[in-house]
Design a protein around this ligand. Structure first.
Ligand code: ACO
Length: 338
């Protein structure tokens, strides 16, 4: 009896795109009743980037995707699945942003679909890519995390508008027969009983577009910030401890802990609970704010472009977001170092 060679999923490359326009805390001070001091103290955010009016989520996703494909040493024809994690798609609800990204990249006639898991979307998409590759169905998956959060933020609501930014990140996940390059583990989970913690009430089947939707601003993101904060710290700490214990890996040996960049205080609390040193914890929240599904790949791109992420380095990803959803992953970087 013959056995086919097993396929493992490996993280081949990373790319990102950051829109040009910068929205600083000083700018926000002129828009709502807030202060740079409050924002920095409560969130660690100093500025965030905002997409141009004519720049869609797919434009940013395609730019990040192009970079990731080039850095993997591949061409558009090599990609056989495109996943786009986003909750700010080009269109509610069709076509999917993944279809549009594929078209912009010249990726023809391959399966493409979106993943909706808010800030956890990129790690959710990695788990889907892993499953497709390990089952032997696909060989090179483009995973994009792209958000134009500014399109659903109410810039008169000081409790949300200070938090979010726009941007995109992308990775190519490829089949490998080398177990050293393989994803170690991914854990993703959800609890819909907390759906009202983070919600854009419209448009959707509950609240189709109407004058009432516009009058009440139901198209904007709403968040129970404080409740979400407490649950995020508790859930993430438990989740990352579990994935490390399950795989018998101690936190101190991880060179790059890449948490979702929602709030410096959440990152610090989880990092401290794991006894992580400062140099292990990747931080971009001060310059990008919370870019939801784009936050983790943008952060990975930052350490790659600064030369910190080397081939073979282990990464611990963890994230938490609307749904509620959460996820963590342990995987080595299998691409070339800069
Ligand atoms: N400027 C000044 N004051 C403000 C601002 C602001 N921008 N926003 C709120 N306040 C005030 C509030 O009105 C409140 O005033 P009060 O005490 O008089 O009522 C006070 O500051 C404290 O408000 P809290 O909401 O309790 O502040 P908190 O310390 O919780 O910080 C924050 C708020 C930053 C939103 C925090 O709760 C947070 O980061 N939450 C988690 C966000 C998150 O992780 N989301 C999940 C991922 S996002 C996704 O999936 C899309």
């Amino acid at each position: 009896m013959s056995h086919a060679t097993p396929h493992y999923a490996s993280f081949r490359s990373i790319g990102a795109y950051v829109p040009e326009k910068v929205l600083t805390n000083a700018d926000l001070e002129k828009m709502v009743d807030t202060s740079d001091e409050w924002i920095v103290k409560r969130t660690g955010i100093k500025e965030r980037h905002i997409a141009a009016d004519d720049e869609a989520t797919s434009d940013m996703g395609a730019k990040a995707g192009q970079t990731a494909i080039e850095r993997a040493g591949l061409n558009a024809e090599d990609i056989d699945l495109v996943l786009c994690a986003t909750v700010t798609p080009d269109y509610f609800n069709m076509p999917s942003t993944a279809c549009i990204v594929s078209d912009k990249l010249g990726i023809k006639n391959v399966q493409a679909f979106d993943i909706s898991a808010a800030c956890s979307g990129f790690v959710y998409a990695l788990s889907v890519a892993k499953a497709f590759i390990e089952s032997g169905m696909k060989r090179n998956v483009l995973v994009v995390g792209a958000e134009k959060f500014s399109s659903i933020v109410d810039y008169t609501d000081r409790t949300t508008c200070i938090l979010f930014g726009d941007g995109a990140g992308a990775a190519v996940i490829s089949a490998t027969e080398n177990k050293d390059e393989a994803f170690v583990d991914i854990h993703a989970s959800a609890d819909g009983s907390y759906a009202d913690f983070l919600v854009t009430p419209a448009p959707g089947s509950v609240n189709p577009v109407s004058q009432k939707v516009i009058d009440e601003g139901l198209q904007y993101v709403q968040m129970k910030g404080n409740e979400t904060f407490k649950l995020a710290v508790k859930t993430l700490t438990k989740d990352v401890k579990e994935i490390l214990e399950k795989n018998n890996i101690s936190a101190e040996t991880i060179p790059h802990f890449v948490p979702h960049q929602a709030n410096y205080r959440i990152i610090k609390a989880v990092g401290d609970a794991l006894k992580m040193r400062e140099d292990q914890v990747v931080l971009t929240v001060h310059k990008y704010g919370n870019t939801s599904a784009a936050s983790i790949p943008m952060a990975i791109n930052d350490i790659w472009e600064s030369g910190r992420l080397r081939q073979g380095d282990m990464m611990l990803l963890d994230t938490f977001g609307g749904g509620l959803t959460w996820a963590s992953a342990l995987l080595p970087f299998a691409g070339k170092s800069l």
